[in-house]
Design a protein around this ligand. Structure first.
Ligand code: SAM
Ligand code: SF4
Length: 342
């Protein structure tokens, strides 16, 4: 077993949260994430196998100080072995202690209705469902697929399976879904979901994002306050990206999160490390492909766990201080969000 250590960087941050992209494929085509067509899928042999994926998760949890593992993609429910990978992760113990890592899933919820129970049984602790509108017509335009009823069914199944609190992530896009902000709040309060609005980031097709056009966290909160009372939640924010609010009207109450990734970046408190579908470590969503370190290539060349851990630690040590979206000369990452793992 390699020596235990943590994934530190030069700016005093330590990664505790591992995001694993389980596939670059998806059954939706959200306009801010993927082009309508023309994106080529990664050839199967380039993607990590289940064994390779679990080997790297084990290394991260048992020896590199990772406390939470979140599965994402592409659409992670398209990975047939998802339940097995969750179960294998849940059996690990952090740094040889008695504590299992927290497991989480970010999903569009298509097909979740059939799998929520099995995922809960496998040891899934948390789930985030992405839903940007409650309007069937707008959903179809935004995702280019007529599947909102599957998302609703998936959310109900997650609630019934006890995967609570079910969080719903909504990206707010100028002139697209900003008028539906209050409908999303109503939907979340009625169902007991924790809604989190997210500022759109420059990650999808290039013409889809303009700094001057974006709907800011401040504007989102102003809209919500037209009908609801907001008070800051007491829980400290820590490394969690969402600023949390208690939200209520005359009859309902709940929690609302707002993730101001662009206007109030949380890079200084970032505790994430990312593993792409093809086995590369990305220190940041906005890293350059040239800065990725392929653990897959090292593994396939026969590297030991100690060598893999060294390469992972080195990749994180070089993590940049921030995403630099506001810098002159900022360049969007070459890979789309679906390829990196959101
Ligand atoms: N397919 C799954 C889903 O949609 O939840 C997991 C992968 S998806 C890339 C992860 C998250 O990234 C989703 O919540 C999605 O809304 C978000 N996302 C994608 N493109 C984005 C962008 N340009 N800005 C902000 N969030 C984005
Ligand atoms: Fe698919 Fe998620 Fe990207 Fe939408 S945001 S296209 S569901 S990967």
């Amino acid at each position: 077993m390699p020596t235990t250590r943590t994934l530190d960087d030069q700016y005093g941050r330590t990664a505790r949260d591992l995001r694993v992209s389980l596939t670059d494929r998806c059954n939706l085509r959200c306009t801010y994430c993927m082009p309508a067509d023309g994106l080529e899928w990664m050839p199967t042999e380039q993607a990590l196998t289940d064994e390779e994926t679990i080997r790297l998760i084990r290394l991260a949890v048992e020896t590199l100080g990772i406390h939470q593992v979140r599965f994402t993609g592409g659409e992670p429910l398209l990975r047939k072995s998802l339940e097995d990978i969750v179960a294998a992760t849940k059996q690990l113990r952090i740094d040889g202690s008695g504590t299992a890592p927290t497991t989480a899933l970010t999903t569009n919820a298509l097909g979740l209705a059939k799998r929520a129970d099995a995922l809960a049984e496998a040891g899934l602790d948390r789930i985030n469902v992405s839903l940007d509108t409650t309007s069937p017509e707008l959903f179809t335009r935004l995702t280019r697929r007529d599947r909102i009823q599957d998302v609703f069914a998936g959310i109900d199944a997650a609630l019934a399976a006890g995967l609570t609190p079910v969080k719903v992530n909504a990206v707010v896009m100028p002139g697209v879904n900003e008028d539906g902000i209050l409908d999303l709040v109503d939907f979340a309060l009625d169902k007991g979901l924790q809604l989190r609005f997210i500022e759109q980031m420059p990650l999808g097709p290039r013409e889809k994002w303009k700094r001057g056009d974006m709907v800011t966290a401040h504007e989102i909160l102003s809209r919500v306050e037209e009908r609801f009372t907001l008070t800051p939640a007491e829980k400290p924010r820590g490394s969690a990206p969402a600023a949390l609010w208690n939200i209520s009207d005359e009859t309902r109450e709940g929690t609302l999160g707002v993730i101001a990734s662009v206007t109030h970046p949380f890079c200084g408190a970032c505790d994430r490390t990312r593993l792409t579908t093809d086995g590369a470590i990305r220190a940041c969503l906005f890293s350059k492909t040239a800065d990725e370190v392929s653990l897959r290539d090292l593994m396939r060349a026969g590297a030991s766990d100690e060598e893999l851990a060294d390469a992972w630690a080195q990749a994180m040590w070089l993590k940049k201080p921030g995403h630099g979206i506001d810098d002159v000369g900022f360049l969007q990452p070459e890979r789309t969000m679906s390829e990196i793992g959101g």
